[in-house]
Ligand binder design. Structure first.
Ligand SMILES: *[C@@H]1O[C@H](CO)[C@@H](O)[C@H](O)[C@H]1NC(C)=O
Ligand SMILES: *[C@@H]1O[C@H](CO)[C@@H](O)[C@H](O)[C@H]1NC(C)=O
Ligand SMILES: *[C@@H]1O[C@H](CO)[C@@H](O)[C@H](O)[C@H]1NC(C)=O
Ligand SMILES: *[C@@H]1O[C@H](CO)[C@@H](O)[C@H](O)[C@H]1NC(C)=O
Ligand SMILES: *[C@@H]1O[C@H](CO)[C@@H](O)[C@H](O)[C@H]1NC(C)=O
Ligand SMILES: *[C@@H]1O[C@H](CO)[C@@H](O)[C@H](O)[C@H]1NC(C)=O
Ligand SMILES: *[C@@H]1O[C@H](CO)[C@@H](O)[C@H](O)[C@H]1NC(C)=O
Ligand SMILES: *[C@@H]1O[C@H](CO)[C@@H](O)[C@H](O)[C@H]1NC(C)=O
Ligand SMILES: *[C@@H]1O[C@H](CO)[C@@H](O)[C@H](O)[C@H]1NC(C)=O
Ligand SMILES: *[C@@H]1O[C@H](CO)[C@@H](O)[C@H](O)[C@H]1NC(C)=O
Length: 721
């Protein structure tokens, strides 16, 4: 008797064990639902994926989902009830006898999720988790045959290797991904990825209704916007693209590796492959940079990553509003043709613009049977046709555009495709001039060759002497090693001082942007010929700045005195002046505290150099936000020394009869008595700090309907507290 009791318990134990092993199975049957309270899950035969209940981080809500079995932290690839989570552990996932999956709660009659999608009822249904992560419902009798429902047809935010994604008008397939709200909240978020079938199909990411990114059309080798797909040799894509469909799958070359392509909560597509236990490889990630957002540069423009400026008009086009484009760096207005097309006279032609992501194709058409030459003729004969390109990298087929061209980007390293843009004859001739043709490809600013600087410096000493009547005796004595530029060089660099190159109007004349033939970008300050007063200030500025070298002072590259022209050539600072950021509702958002702090410190360094560390004590006398320029890394540089004075040695204030400067920045004693010293600059600097911190213009700040400017307001607050 005594020996039979343990045996009895052993039998029970074995039965219990066998039962629980059965539950950790890959199938769900009508007899055996999955209960959250039991903590059981389904595991595929290859031990790659697990299906069960999980909790999101933010709450106690329970979801049914599929995740990688072996990967920590848990990485969920599919969620059933992302819109209606269960409040507690009472969840029950069951397969009812007609073949529908039903997610209910033991505590209520609510159906939280169901797989019903109108398919025919099954007789002996079974649901199985396959080793590719697909959860499939079918007839038990034919496990690999008829599929009534599968999770692959209802993706959440992830495409798994081997899964079909896309859209087809012929079969009615229409899949999309919706990102999670956050990394820990599966609720559908703002971002949706799917296929836009208008015109030539492309993959899109939308934020709500707004398109955010597009893939570019498939060109037989890669998506036009992702040439890097070619070199991702761990991954193989299989696209099936026609005018009515855009479907793809991808596989990993080593199919033992786990991988997923996910629309992550920040609205980006991310491909991750788990190469070894803890090592991950991240591939295609779109949108990947600021040029990938629709449409970073407006109509008929090209986005150049890290370009200065970032947006360029297509060849043959000019900014629609050059104030907005060149000075405010507001690209939204886009570009327009320099010369109207002249289709009837048949004088139009095409300009071959290379290394591009093809423009948005929503209103384009594909002609799969045409060659590129046939396409060219077709486009030329259709007065609505604005551009064409090869549809396939092997040269077959073409795409024709009949609208403005949008969302184009430039690729470096010879990647990207050729776009043939229709231009009027006049613009084609202008662009075929060799000097201009070179400029198309030159995007990276080339720094001035030092040899050029040296030879120029030698020449300048002599030439400065010959111009002494203008520059003055003082400069003659101090060897000015400042390059002299030929007038021709500056005329070429600024397109003959074209309006399009004009960047503003300073106190002494207009300022132009230009590009030397070496590629370096310059700012040219052209002294207006009518201003007699300007001559002195010009002299002053040349004398001063030529002697100053500091990272927080704008650098003078040289000057040009020829044919009655007097010009200063400065380094070009791509971000323009501080006031354009500080007082602009949109752009001020880019100035976080760290940046503002850095700008203040930079200005302080520049001032310290002027007041103490340079060979002379220099008082700027017109320190203000519009005289602080920002380089591409937002480093501040003090500019505009037209009013600066070299201070005569000791610290005492000097008096002047002519009060110069800008209202709002001048110290009271300067306005009253014309007294100035380095303290006048410090006063202006103080006003500038208040403006940088508050984002308000000193003179435009109005507090509580009182007639107080920012400065008055701040001093009142200090007195009161
Ligand atoms: C719901 O059911 C679970 C067990 O299935 C139980 O633990 C829980 O207390 C119930 N909740 C409510 C609100 O009745
Ligand atoms: C199965 O039954 C459920 C609940 O009765 C119903 O909602 C669903 O439409 C049925 N499915 C099929 C395929 O008949
Ligand atoms: C995504 O697909 C779902 C299910 O087919 C559909 O209801 C939804 O409208 C789609 N969303 C978009 C933005 O196409
Ligand atoms: C979830 O919570 C754990 C522990 O609190 C934390 O380590 C992890 O980063 C969180 N995950 C997410 C996605 O928030
Ligand atoms: C180019 O590729 C397309 C599709 O990939 C194919 O249909 C066509 O036959 C190819 N043409 C040539 C000339 O190889
Ligand atoms: C690509 O997909 C199509 C359709 O799904 C299929 O017929 C073809 O065999 C696949 N090609 C490769 C190389 O896997
Ligand atoms: C350009 O835009 C600016 C600012 O929006 C506006 O003031 C100006 O009138 C516009 N110029 C032209 C030529 O449309
Ligand atoms: C085009 O033809 C019209 C007359 O049909 C003529 O007036 C015009 O000058 C021509 N334009 C060019 C660029 O030849
Ligand atoms: C367009 O330019 C690219 C790159 O320079 C060149 O490879 C291609 O052959 C050109 N196309 C034509 C039709 O000349
Ligand atoms: C050109 O566009 C106009 C206006 O959109 C349209 O009426 C006309 O039919 C088009 N012509 C051709 C040849 O497609």
């Amino acid at each position: 008797m005594m020996s039979e009791i343990p045996f009895f318990f052993l039998v029970i134990l074995v039965v219990v064990l066998v039962n629980s092993v059965c539950l950790a199975d890959d199938t769900l049957t009508p007899q055996q639902p999955l209960l959250d309270a039991d903590g059981t899950t389904l595991l595929d035969a290859g031990n790659r994926f697990e299906l069960g209940f999980f909790t999101s981080n933010d709450s106690s809500y329970r979801y049914v989902g599929i995740w990688f079995y072996n990967i920590l932290p848990r990485t969920v690839v599919w969620v059933a009830n992302r819109r209606s989570p269960l409040p507690d552990l009472s969840g029950r996932l069951s397969l009812i006898t007609n073949g529908t999956l039903l997610l209910t709660s033991d505590n209520s009659t609510t159906v939280f999720w169901s797989s019903s999608d109108g398919s025919a009822p099954l007789r002996n249904p079974v649901a199985r988790l396959l080793d590719n992560g697909n959860f499939v419902v079918g007839e038990e009798a034919e496990p690999n045959g008829y599929v009534a429902w599968q999770s692959y047809d209802h993706p959440t935010d992830t495409i798994l290797p081997g899964m079909r994604f896309g859209r087809s008008m012929t079969s009615g397939l229409n899949l999309n991904l919706t990102a999670w709200t956050s990394l820990s909240d599966p609720t559908p978020g703002d971002y949706v990825m799917g296929i836009n079938m208008d015109g030539v199909p492309e993959e899109f990411i939308w934020q709500g209704k707004r398109p955010r990114w597009r893939s570019g059309p498939w060109n037989g080798l890669y998506l036009s916007g992702s040439p890097e797909m070619v070199s991702e040799n761990l991954v193989r894509y299989n696209f099936t693209v026609a005018s009515q469909q855009f479907i793809y799958t991808y596989t990993i070359r080593d199919n033992s590796l786990l991988a997923k392509l996910t629309l992550i909560p920040s609205g980006e597509i991310q491909l991750r492959i788990w190469v070894e236990d803890s090592q991950q490889w991240t591939g295609r990630r779109d949108p990947m940079d600021s040029c990938e957002f629709i449409s970073a540069c407006g109509l008929n423009a090209i986005c150049i990553l890290n370009g200065s400026p970032m947006c360029k008009c297509l060849t043959g086009f000019k900014p629609k509003n050059s104030t907005n484009w060149d000075i405010l760096r507001d690209w939204s207005g886009g570009c327009v043709r320099k010369t109207h097309l002249d289709c009837r006279n048949r004088t139009d032609g095409f300009f071959n613009q290379s290394n591009l992501k093809l423009p948005q194709t929503s209103s384009a058409v594909m002609r799969a049977s045409l060659t590129l030459a046939e396409c060219s003729r077709l486009c030329l004969n259709d007065c609505n046709c604005t551009a064409y390109a090869s549809a396939n990298v092997n040269g077959s087929g073409c795409i024709l555009w009949t609208s403005d061209l949008t969302d184009i980007r430039f690729f470096f390293d010879g990647m990207g495709q050729d776009l043939y843009v229709r231009l009027a004859a006049a613009d084609l001739i202008a662009e075929s001039r060799p000097s201009n043709r070179r400029r198309i490809g030159v995007i990276v600013a080339v720094t001035l060759a030092s040899s050029f600087l040296l030879s120029c410096a030698a020449a300048s000493i002599w030439r400065w002497k010959t111009k002494k009547s203008f520059v003055g005796e003082e400069t003659e004595e101090k060897n000015l090693d400042l390059p002299l530029f030929e007038l021709d060089t500056i005329v070429n660099a600024t397109d003959n001082f074209s309006i399009g190159n004009k960047r503003g109007e300073g106190g002494f004349g207009p300022v132009y942007e230009g590009r030397l033939s070496e590629g370096q970008e310059i700012a040219v300050k052209r002294l207006s010929t009518t201003s007699s007063q300007g001559v002195n200030e010009f002299k002053n500025e040349v004398q001063l700045i030529a002697k100053l070298q500091h990272r927080n002072l704008v650098r003078l590259l040289g000057c040009c005195v020829e044919a009655g022209e007097r010009m200063l050539i400065y380094e070009y600072l791509s971000n323009g002046s501080l006031d354009k950021f500080l007082f602009d509702e949109v752009k001020s958002g880019q100035l976080n505290w760290k940046l503002r702090y850095n700008i203040i410190v930079g200005i302080a360094r520049g001032l310290l150099y002027l007041h103490h560390d340079s060979r002379f004590i220099i008082i700027h006398r017109d320190l203000k936000a519009s005289n602080i320029l920002l380089d591409k890394d937002m480093n501040p540089k003090i500019s505009d020394f037209g009013m600066a004075r070299i201070f005569d040695g000791d610290e005492n204030a000097t008096k002047t009869k002519r009060i110069v400067g800008t209202y709002g920045y001048m110290s009271p004693e300067y306005i009253k008595n014309g007294k100035f010293s380095i303290k006048s600059d410090i006063f202006s600097f103080g006003v500038l700090i208040l403006e940088i911190i508050s984002g308000k213009k000193n003179t435009e700040f109005i507090a509580f309907d009182q007639h107080l400017n920012l400065l008055d307001y701040v001093s009142m607050e200090i007195v009161e507290t």
